[in-house]
Design a protein around this ligand. Structure first.
Ligand SMILES: *Cc1c(COP(=O)(O)O)cnc(C)c1O
Length: 402
């Protein structure tokens, strides 16, 4: 019999009643160290006092009015995003997928408003993840995501990961934009690298294309800059944000330059909940924290510390781990054993990491963790790896005896 909740997820048999910073408490009172932070959403950890305070205060005042009316919290958050990024304008959504939908629509509308309605095609890279909507799965082209779901939304061309020449080669009279995550998240924490981002910016400028960046996972301070593309010294035309901006409250945004957004006039797009007062109150508090003096410098410092710890794990457990990669507090450990073995061994040691493609585990911890908690996480992963080694030894011995 089907479960009351549609069984589309493979869930770990863990359930939590409470969180505090990077710690989660199970129903049975066991404490887990959360190095996944709700897949990078709880950017300031669980139950951050400032976020709780603004959410509580807003909850007592007003929950929702809709976008038929002005929403001051939305305006305040948009102003902050505009002040701290390349963007001139912001549309708020409830999720990353919805932000991506608008990014695709905006790019197409941009050209159609300029009388070039043939320009609809968007170039993406293998391993991309842009959400589960019809446009999102068409952009990603992952077999599990598209098989059986009928005609794929046309207008997406995919080239191999980080193959800039291949991207250049498929540009034609119908191309509108190039879309990428500066660091692929679900794809296995795979960075494009500054040189590639610069090259893509140049190509887009030469060919009059829009550059769309999906910073839903790598943005909002995760890499030690507010947005990951800043490391390359370039800017996109359109960018999607979600995950970390809500600190665990559902919130996303599609931001753009005035030029790229020029087709999006009144009536061309909308959302009932998008940018609601509760979400934007929390979003403002998150932005205030992440853009506060020294916050991002601390992220880089913590990142260096964690990276060192993880390099130690790779050196100490060469039969389990193969490499560390990523940027800032968006790091991956390559696994020599099946990735779920590592995730499960982590659960046994009460540390949570997140699997991703390419057989890596992801670490996306809260950006404000203490070095003590980071060390604790590395120790727990060390014990998890040791347990996996003992298991491997056991299996090898059995193999020898047989
Ligand atoms: C999570 C994610 C999405 C989808 O966001 P949802 O909030 O799950 O809709 C899109 N792109 C990237 C890079 C993501 O990490």
């Amino acid at each position: 019999m089907i479960s009351p909740v549609l069984p589309t997820y493979t869930r770990a048999p863990l359930s939590f009643k409470k969180g505090q910073g990077p710690w989660l408490e199970t129903d049975a009172g066991e404490m887990y160290l959360d190095m996944g932070a709700g897949i990078g959403t709880c950017s300031l950890g669980h139950a951050h006092p400032k976020l709780v305070a603004v959410l509580e205060a807003q909850a007592r005042r007003l929950w929702h009015t809709s976008n038929l009316y002005e929403i001051p919290n939305q305006e305040a958050l948009a102003e902050k995003l505009v002040e701290h990024s390349f963007a001139d304008t912001v549309f708020f959504t409830n999720s990353g997928t919805e932000a991506m939908e608008l990014a695709v629509k905006m790019a197409r509308k941009y050209f159609s408003a300029k009388g070039q309605s043939e320009r609809v095609e968007i170039i993406t890279f293998e391993g991309a993840f842009h959400g589960r909507s019809s446009a999102g799965i068409a952009a990603s082209k992952g077999a599990k995501m598209i098989d059986g779901f009928g005609p794929i939304l046309p207008g997406f061309v995919q080239v191999p990961f980080n193959d800039i020449e291949a991207a250049k080669a498929v540009i034609g009279p119908e191309t509108a934009a190039i879309l990428l995550e500066p660091i692929q998240g679900e794809g296995g924490i795979r960075p494009f690298g500054d040189a590639s981002l610069k090259a893509l910016r140049e190509i887009c400028d030469e060919q009059g294309l829009l550059l769309i960046m999906d910073e839903i996972q790598c943005g909002m301070g995760r890499t030690g800059k507010l947005f990951a593309h800043e490391w390359a010294g370039i800017t996109p035309d359109i960018m999607t944000i979600a995950k970390g901006i809500g600190g665990g409250f559902p919130l996303g945004a599609c931001v753009a330059t005035e030029e790229a957004a020029s087709g999006m006039v009144a009536g061309t797009h909308g959302s009932t909940y998008g940018g609601n007062p509760l979400a934007c109150a929390v979003g403002c508090a998150v932005m205030n924290e992440i853009t506060s003096d020294g916050f991002l410098i601390d992220v880089s410092r913590l990142a260096g510390h964690l990276r060192q710890g993880l390099e130690g794990l790779v050196a100490g457990h060469p039969d389990i781990f193969t490499f560390v990669r990523g940027s800032g507090l968006m790091l991956a450990l390559g696994c020599k054993v099946p990735v779920m073995d590592v995730v499960n061994a982590g659960y046994d040691e009460k540390v949570m990491v997140v699997p991703a493609s390419d057989n890596v585990v992801r670490l996306l911890p809260p950006l404000n963790m203490s070095t003590e908690d980071l060390d604790e996480a590395v120790w727990r992963l060390d014990r998890a790896a040791a347990a996996l080694e003992r298991k491997l030894d056991c299996e090898n011995n059995k193999g020898l005896q047989a």
